[in-house]
Every structure is written in C-alpha cells, then in structure tokens.
Design a protein around this ligand. Structure first.
Ligand code: UD1
Length: 356
C-alpha cells in the first residue's frame, strides 16, 4: 500500500515518528507531506533529525496566517499533491489546521482518509482544535482512537462502525525516548539554568491562554510567584503575544528560554518537580513520566490523567499555586494510553480497512 501522512505542526512530527517506522516495518510505501504550518527549525527540523523521520516528499510551505488563510493555502495545493502520489490512504494527525485541510481535500477527491488521535473532545467550542477534530472525524473513513474514552465519544456521534481503538502513538515515542535519555550520560539540558529536581517546566501556547492580555498576565503572574524556578519553553506564539501585550516573560521565579528538541524536552521533564502546561502532549508525557502535572485550561481531552490524580486543571493564580505545591499523587500502574505499540496497530487497522 501507499500511505500518505500529512503533517505540519510540532506535535504531528512526534506522532509521525513511530508511524513512519511502522509503515516501513509493514513493507508499505510512505509518502510524507509537510504543510509548512510550523517552519522555525526548533519547531520542525529538529524533530525530523532527532526522531529519525525521513525528509518530506512534498513541502507546501504555507507558513503562518489566519485560520482561513492557512487552511485555504493547504487546500489549494493538496489536489495536485494527491493526484501526483495517488495514495491508497491519507493519514492525518491530531487537531491542527493542517489536519482538517488535508482531510477535506482527500475526502473531496475520494482518497480514503484515516484520522489518527480520533475521538478526543474538550466540548469547548471556543477552541479551534475542537472544530478541527470534530470535522476531521466526520470526514474520515477510519477513526483511529487513542483511548476508550475517545471510542465512547466517537460512538456517541454515530461513528462507532468506522472507529478502531489503537492506543496513543505519542506513548510509543515517549517510552523509546525516555529509555534512551535515561541511558545517556550527557549534560542536563538545563545545565546552568536550573537544578535537576528543583524546577517546574512550563509551556503555554494556546490561543485561549495567550491572546487575551488579562488571561496571559494572570498566568505569568502566577508562575512568577511560584515556590521554585519555572522554566518556560516559549513557543513563538507566546513570545509574540506577550510582546504585543507588554507582558514580561522573565519575572520573579519565571525564566524564559527557547523550546527544546524532543529528547531534551523529555530529559528536562523527567527531572522536573512538576510540569505546567496547556499542551495536550506534555500533559500526557507528565503522566507517563509520573511527574505531577498542572494544566492551565478549563478542561482536558486527556481526562484519565486527572482521574488518576496526576493532572490538575488550574486557571486562577490561587489554583495554579495550590496545584504546584500539592501533595504528590498516589503511584499507579494504570496505562490508559496503551502499551507503546499503537503505531503498529494503526498501520494494521489501515491495512484491514483499505488494503487491497
Ligand atoms: C498549532 C495548533 C495547535 C497545536 C500547536 C502546537 C492550530 C489551529 N493550532 O498552534 O493545536 O497545539 O500548533 O505547537 O492548528 N509561529 C512561528 N513560527 C512557526 C510557527 C508559528 O513564529 O514555525 C508563530 C506565528 O506568529 C504564528 C503563531 O506562531 O502566527 C501561531 O502559529 P499557528 O501555526 O497558527 O498555530 P500554533 O499556535 O502553533
């Protein structure tokens, strides 16, 4: 089979890594299309390099823009790319504008679409990602769900017949990188910036947290008042919005630095005293590394992390302070995100659905 993966943003490159390996292991042909939604080397190239992902076969170079401009720029180029490669399946990942655009163009041209990380829901219609997920799931011919909860959401929307539980592919990568990082003897990724075990690692980038000045100021003030140094790995969006709103990202306990490549991110996360984030991936990585997580959002798609006590939703300065200093959660052996072999299962499900 010829499987086409369409990716564009940082978390999709992480998910692509185990899929790329599983596609080759199953002796299929893999065509990788990079939309160019993320183009900074630290948000794109370093992931291909560190996670051994083959170079893309096509690069659309769409760059940044409003939702319509970005989605439309991808749509405008995908017809030609699909006709050129004529894949047996188009695999789309997660919930970004690249996901929706690729799903829509493939559906219109009658190429079978599989959606990886299907069925996640926040039920918050203010989030652009929520629309991208729901629309992509309903356009897709095959919904590859990471969790039982996601399977339940798909069933509730009438999509049970085309849904398969495969597990979470980010767990596949995390386990591999965690073990590799634990064995190496290199310097700590934050050497000279923070003491291992005595810092919180933070990422904040979502529109709902960065775009309104009051909201961003409240989060920054809460992190500046933390009881330990907070190392903020700043996505370009939070830097741009903080500058626009006149908010300093270096204040009190808060120290800001550039994002880290994936292995260094995992090395920094596993030796932190806690993780503060609005990223879906990092919430889960905190849980999988058994580091207490604090999620600066009103809801999460990864509800298992909260139910098991490893993640707390916190929005006000008081809630964030209380979450950071809470008693560590009870140990657990629960594995709601699978066994680290989700990618092979996803490729198997694609073969079953569309293999000839
Ligand atoms: C996107 C996804 C989000 C995902 C995140 C991962 C959508 C709607 N959102 O958000 O779900 O969690 O990726 O990081 O698709 N920018 C740069 N360099 C880049 C890319 C972006 O400077 O390489 C800046 C630009 O100012 C841009 C802004 O970041 O306007 C936002 O980028 P965009 O791709 O629209 O969304 P993200 O916030 O990255």
């Amino acid at each position: 089979m010829r499987i086409m993966s369409v990716v564009g943003a940082r978390p999709q490159f992480v998910k692509l890594a185990p899929i790329a390996k599983a596609v080759v292991d199953a002796s299929h042909e893999h065509v990788i299309v990079h939309t160019g939604q993320h183009y900074d080397p630290m948000l794109s190239d370093v992931f291909f390099r560190d996670l051994d992902i083959p170079a893309p076969d096509a690069h659309l170079g769409v760059g940044s823009g409003s939702h319509g401009v970005q989605t439309g720029a991808i749509l405008a180029q995908m017809d030609e790319v699909l006709e050129r490669f004529r894949p047996d399946t188009v695999l789309v990942y997660g919930d970004t504008n690249s996901t929706l655009a690729a799903a829509l163009s493939a559906t219109k041209l009658h190429f079978p679409v599989a959606h990886l990380e299907a069925g996640l829901r926040s039920f918050n219609r203010d989030m652009p990602e929520e629309h991208n997920r729901v629309l992509t799931d309903h356009a897709a011919d095959l919904c590859l769900a990471p969790t039982q909860v996601a399977m339940g959401h798909l069933a509730a929307e009438g999509l049970a017949a085309r849904s398969v539980l495969v597990g979470d592919v980010m767990t596949d990568v995390l386990y591999q990188v965690r073990d590799a990082v634990a064995q190496r003897n290199g310097p700590h990724p934050l050497v000279g910036e923070a003491e291992p075990g005595n810092y919180y690692l933070a990422t904040i980038h979502r529109a709902e947290n960065t775009d309104a000045p009051d909201r961003l100021r409240q989060i920054v003030d809460a992190l500046a008042a933390a009881d330990r140094p907070v190392i903020l790995l700043a996505h370009p969006r939070v830097r741009a919005k903080a500058a626009e709103h006149g908010i300093s990202l270096d204040a009190g306990a808060l120290q800001t630095r550039d994002p880290l490549p994936y292995p260094e991110l995992i090395a920094a996360a596993r030796t932190s005293a806690g993780i503060v984030t609005d990223s879906g991936g990092l919430q889960k990585e905190a849980f999988l590394l058994r580091v207490p997580g604090t999620t600066v959002r009103r809801e999460t798609e990864w509800v298992e992390t909260v139910e098991l006590g490893w993640n707390v939703l916190a929005n006000t300065a008081e809630e964030i302070a209380a979450a950071l200093t809470r008693t560590p959660p009870a140990p657990t052996n629960a594995s709601p995100y699978g066994d680290g072999h989700a990618a092979a299962r996803a490729v198997g499900a694609i073969e079953d659905a569309f293999g000839r």
